[in-house]
Ligand binder design. Sequence first.
Ligand code: HEM
Length: 409
Amino acid sequence: MSSAHYAPGPADHVPPELVRDFDIFSLPAGVEDPIAHWAALVDGDTPPIFYTPRNGGHWVLLDYEHIREAYRDHARFSTYQTPVPPIEPYPVMQPQGVDPPEHKRFRSLLAPLFTPAAIARMENGIRRRARELIAPFAGRGRCDFVREFSAVLPTGMFLHLMGMPEERLAEFHALSDVFMRSNDEAVRAANIADIYAVIDDHLAWRATHPGDTDLASVLLGARDEHGQPFPHQDLLNCGFLLFVAGLDTVTSTMTCIWRFLATDETARHHLRASLANRERLSAATEELLRINAVANLYRRVQQDLAFHGVRMRRNDRVVLPNSIANRNARVFANPTTIDLEREVNTHMTFGVGPHRCIGAHLAKAEIMVSLQEWLARIPDFRLEPGVRIEAYTGPVMGMRNLPLRWSNS
Ligand code: HEM
């Protein structure tokens, strides 16, 4: 398929009243909360389906039902070749970048590693890692939460999932640090090549040191319907997808949650009182996940169509902001109130439909265990006064630093 095939055409099908100037990669100076910046879109006169000419031009859906519909309808809204702005050719992430039914090939390989029972078996490992990270700074009375905790914990879990030796943690952490913090295009391109190289190296090692349950061994051992191994590039892309999908998202979600907790004494109190009660802690975590939905997903329109009265053209890109779906007043009572005892919570933080996040149980376990370990060891904490938080937005929203402070006396 030629690359031109997937490029969006000129936007002459877009009526001017549906156009707004919104850059999904840019935050106004001084904004420390990227989610609130997106949420402000629905307070003004923005149409629920609007088009921005930025970043190659794309649609943004703001309504919960529209977003859900697009997630579920892969025949109209594909995950194949979706980046904004268009980058072509783009690696086909397995299974996220493949439409059903083909996407099942890799999804069903991954699924057994992420069942609730499999995640329950990882809980001790998450707890050990959380304790090891907290110990060096607990007595110091301050830390940078991103650098010293939220960016490191998911990296450790990635190593575990891939069956990588623990000695590679520092090396991998350095790679993920650049991946999450750099916005220099050349640095990022080199960094992605380095990550692919490490995954490739690891697959080569695992080919001669097979394990039972790690993802690298599962991928290497898988066979297609003709008894053939899957193409090596697909294995690499699957490893890379897990890196992209499972690190930045957890880091950013935790960082947003901890920022909120640092500013809300009542919530801290509620959580401290819930630590030993799994059901209460689980409900509170779901609410923290609802309000801190950091992912904005991409889709590509498969053919010219009308979507709720709006004409879209083949290859148009569509952005699905989960944080906005999660603040819809028709679906959530008092949507902007953070109600840690909310009973009905059909949030869209992990997407919905065929590509719904396969790592959702793992992400939730990482957050719940971290809350337990952190709140058991760190006294009342606040934002470090006078230090600027550097926020970013895009397909994943987050903060590059979160300076926290507490008093041990
Ligand atoms: C709070 C953290 C996380 C958030 C907010 C999140 C969000 C999402 C969302 C919204 C999707 C749907 C993608 C789409 O429809 O195009 C997704 C898919 C996926 N996520 Fe997560 N994710 C998180 C953590 C994780 C973790 C920890 C892993 C694994 C280590 C993971 C692995 C995946 C994979 C493999 C897919 C693709 C599934 C498929 O295409 O069938 N995610 N995630």
